[in-house]
Design a protein around this ligand. Structure first.
Ligand code: NDP
Length: 285
């Protein structure tokens, strides 16, 4: 059984990015820059933003944190986004979600310059992904694909089942796995809460991707012998964090599996850094 180590893989990706930045900067190229906008006092969001800023520093990306009060108006937020769109030292703009009630998330995401949309949430980048054009791919599905690539686990021609159809995980992952590209070409089934027989769908999977947000919901009897299981779920339980799979039992019958924590989670931030470097390359070319 292969334990897919997201922490180690993310470390390798970060080291590669750091080397690229150091080398370019030694030739006089300016450093990459990521602007992070946090509105309000959501405790989890504050932790995420702090981790993202720390990760930027580790690889040599300059970060510009904009912490705004919860009562910030839509106009103020839009004005900040416009300023950051125009700022030449800013390659990527990240708007930490969720926004406080009263702010229009869709309008804000739409206002971000697609060339700086390192989260890959702008409709232009979502459309590019669905058409197979180059663009920014949202970080968690990009992290899942990177794990498949680094562990040489190709789903081509195999049956891939995704549980969860959110805009940030399940849906883009379905597009990535189905596209005509390396580590694509899977036959994809996208499951959700209305799926008639979830257990049967899961059992049919050569590659099973879990993004439901239900602790240890996927039990060993729902998993095919020899399957590859990628668990995106992060659930807070009494004894810490766990995924959507019952890891102890499921791991006994799989070919490969990601742990939680230490699987997909660390890859998400690594892909945010990679997207920022991608934007920087384009802006400094
Ligand atoms: P959402 O809540 O947006 O979506 C959950 C999806 O799962 C929905 O499509 C829902 O179906 C489906 N679902 C929920 N319960 C069931 C069920 N019993 N049977 C079948 N389908 C079900 O979640 P996210 O996509 O944002 O996140 C999913 C998980 O991934 C969470 O645990 C989250 O914490 C984690 N996550 C981890 C990240 C990382 O970096 N590793 C990043 C982002 C998320 P329906 O559409 O019908 O409601």
């Amino acid at each position: 059984m292969i334990l897919i180590d997201g922490k180690e893989t993310a470390h390798t990706v970060r080291a590669e990015l750091r080397a690229e930045i150091t080398s370019a900067c030694s030739r006089g190229v300016r450093v990459p820059g990521l602007a992070v906008i946090l509105v309000g006092n959501d405790a989890a969001s504050q932790v995420y933003v702090r981790n993202k800023i720390r990760a930027c520093a580790e690889v040599g990306i300059a970060s510009f944190a904009h912490r705004l009060p919860a009562h910030t108006s839509q106009q103020e937020l839009m004005a900040l986004i416009q300023r950051l769109n125009a700022a030449s030292e800013v390659d990527g703009i990240l708007l930490q979600l969720p926004l406080p009630a009263g702010l229009d998330t869709h309008a804000c995401l739409l206002a971000i310059d697609p060339a700086k949309d390192v989260d890959g949430f702008h409709p232009e980048n979502v459309g590019r992904l669905s058409l197979g054009l180059p663009g920014f791919i949202s970080c968690t599905p990009a992290g899942v694909m990177e794990l498949l690539r680094r562990y040489n686990l190709s789903p081509a021609g195999r049956k891939a089942v995704i549980v969860g159809r959110s805009d940030i995980v399940g849906k883009p992952l379905a597009l990535l796995l189905a596209r005509q590209a390396e580590y694509g070409n899977a036959t994809v089934t996208l499951c959700h809460s209305q799926t008639a027989d979830l257990a049967a769908e899961c059992r049919s999977a050569d590659f099973l991707f879990l993004a439901l947000g239900r602790p240890r919901f996927i039990t060993a009897d729902m998993v095919r012998q020899g399957a590859v299981v990628i668990d995106v779920g992060i659930n807070r339980v009494a004894d810490g964090l766990c995924g959507d799979a019952d890891f102890t039992e499921v791991s006994k019958k799989v070919r490969a599996i990601t742990p939680v924590p230490g699987g997909v989670g660390p890859m998400t931030i690594a892909m945010l850094l990679r997207n920022t470097v991608q934007a920087w390359r384009q802006h400094t070319a």
